[in-house]
Design a protein around this ligand. Sequence first.
Ligand SMILES: N[C@@H](CCC(=O)N[C@@H](CS)C(=O)NCC(=O)O)C(=O)O
Length: 233
Amino acid sequence: MLRRDQSIFFEQCVAERLVSMQFYDFRLAPSPTKVRIFLAEKNLEIPTVIVNLRKFEQQSAEFLAKVPSATLPALELDDGTVLVESHAICRYFEELHPEPNLMGEGAKEQALVLMWHDMATLEGYLGIQEVYRNGQEYFKGRALAGPQGYEQIEALVDRGRKRVEVFFDKLDRRLGESPYVALDRFTYADIAAYVYQGFAKRAVGTDPAGGRDNLTRWSEMIAARPAVNTATS
Ligand SMILES: N[C@@H](CCC(=O)N[C@@H](CS)C(=O)NCC(=O)O)C(=O)O
């Protein structure tokens, strides 16, 4: 694992297979995007394999043998251990590369970052997923990610829309009292909320920032961060 500023050395290491850690990614998908931004903020570069979800490559026998959950992101460590879940992968890198701190220092900060991350994920992201995956022909028989083939439930579309509005109202109120989502500085909670805002635009069809001034100000500030730009462009 190397820092971006060591990139010539990095390319040499990859070519000589001295770095065997692999990050499994798909740029359009929100959960891997959280990890990409996290890595860019820490100035880390990991050898990456693109798994094209549009071509169902996550369901190939080869990928399933490595990642039985059939989900992205995944991180294969040098000893063959495979990590899934964006939060777990980010936690792993936070431990290995504590600076810049993104998950809070000390008990209170860490709890606040986790609290806002989880609220954003459970209330915002899952609401978006309810709309996205239960309302489109494309996700028929695949209403939840993974190999199980869950059927869609139409009623979740409207419920999801409501949950998305409620969550982004709550986030807008929070951003009226705090410059960033969890703390007075940028953290992992901002990464998650920003990725979910972008996902909502695409998946629900309306920009949550529309008509929410605090959210708009914060979103423009996050978009202007060089690492966010690198990881999302
Ligand atoms: N809770 C997981 C979510 C993983 C997930 O659902 N990933 C999506 C992409 S954002 C996926 O792999 N979808 C594959 C599919 O729909 O078959 C995380 O945070 O990593």
